[in-house]
Design a binder for this molecule. Structure first.
Ligand code: ZN
Ligand code: ZN
Length: 355
């Protein structure tokens, strides 16, 4: 079933029409990437309203809704809704600024706007349940990511900088077919690895360092996300112990992952283990996040979350321990929730690799 039909079926009775103006949802619904445009969906019709720059490509590529050249967006929306006698329009409130919302209210006078978040909830629920085609895109993106990791393990050596490694990962993934040309990956070595989101710097990698790399390819518009921490030359016993603690925390989380599991409980399985080993306060982020056409989607594994897992959700499991000013370890895999538990899309080894 195409995504527009899915949305139409998921729209609650009171939701007469839906308007989506952000890039991620436009791509999700139409399969076409663009920097502008709006998707208008009613229970029986759907339109992509898009300007002259994209019109030709849209007419060729977009199959599941009518393509209309944008002249005066709100005037066009008003006319299209009038044709179906529709008086209410739901807005994706997560991505519309207050200023835009006010302009919309003015331009669409007579139509009742619903910015309550109902449409955001519907879209979030749809996007969190991937079909097999979407899962296959994630799988291909992860395959490229795994191949790039294998390559980078043969490349890293003392004397290279973090940015050298980040660049090499990017060039390798592009050569392997990744669609992402932005190489802002995390490569954090030595004391920098204690920063959960440290970007690559000019720091020179030394023997004895841990190097944390967090990166992912994009395939068919869908993302991969993986972190591996490797040791360069040798590994001190304390660093190995921290690594094994993170790895065991990840395994404890895996053991809880199945449809119906509460996201906060999965987070707790990893977190409690890390804290019990004396690292309270050293795991400063949530255990994982869903991803799809965007890198951070819902649901998420985080403390206290009452969301329940459902089949088809693609989500990361990424425990970490960060010892300020010293070093850090994170291991991140991407899994898809299956009826009998989960399938791990990440194939790179999770054992500590000493390069
Ligand atoms: Zn990541
Ligand atoms: Zn992640």
């Amino acid at each position: 079933m195409n995504k527009i039909t899915k949305l139409q079926q998921a729209m609650p009775p009171a939701m007469e029409a839906a308007l989506l103006c952000d890039g991620a949802n436009r791509f999700y619904l139409t399969g076409m990437k663009s920097s502008a445009g709006a998707v208008l969906v009613t229970k029986k019709s759907a339109w992509l309203i898009i300007d002259f720059r994209y019109i030709e490509a849209a007419e060729k590529q977009v199959k599941d809704c009518r393509v209309v050249e944008e002249k005066n967006r709100f005037e066009q929306i008003r006319e299209l809704l009038a044709e179906e006698g529709i008086k209410g329009l739901s807005i994706h409130n997560e991505v519309v600024s207050l200023g835009e919302y006010r302009r919309m209210e003015e331009a669409l006078a007579g139509i009742t706007l619903d910015g309550s978040g109902a449409l955001s909830d519907v879209m979030g629920a749809l996007r969190s349940q991937k079909d097999e085609d979407e899962i296959d895109c994630h799988r291909q993106a992860q395959r490229i990511t795994d191949q790039a990791f294998d390559h980078i393990c043969g490349y890293i050596r003392p004397g290279l900088t973090e940015t050298d490694v980040a660049r090499e990962i990017g060039v390798t993934m592009a050569a392997l077919g990744s669609e992402d040309k932005h190489f802002n990956f995390i490569v954090a070595s030595g004391p920098n690895s204690a920063l959960p989101h440290g970007v690559a710097t000019k720091r020179v990698i030394e023997k004895g360092d841990l190097v944390t790399m967090d990166f992912g390819a994009v395939y068919g518009g869908y993302m991969a996300d993986m972190t591996r921490t490797v040791a360069v030359g040798s590994v001190a016993p304390e660093k190995r112990a921290v690594y094994e603690t993170v790895k065991e925390a990840q395994e404890r989380a895996f053991a809880c992952i199945r449809p119906g599991a509460v996201c906060g409980d999965v987070d707790a399985a990893a977190r409690d283990y890390i804290y019990s080993k004396g690292y309270k306060g050293c795991f400063s982020h949530g255990l994982g996040h869903s991803l799809g056409v965007e890198i951070h989607e819902n649901p998420r594994f985080r403390e206290g979350s009452t969301d329940r897992l459902r089949t088809g959700t693609v989500i990361t499991v990424e425990p970490g321990i960060y010892l300020k000013g010293r070093f850090g370890v994170r291991i991140e895999d991407m899994v898809v929730i299956r009826e009998n538990g989960f399938e791990n899309l990440t194939k790179s080894p999770r054992e500590l690799i000493i390069l």
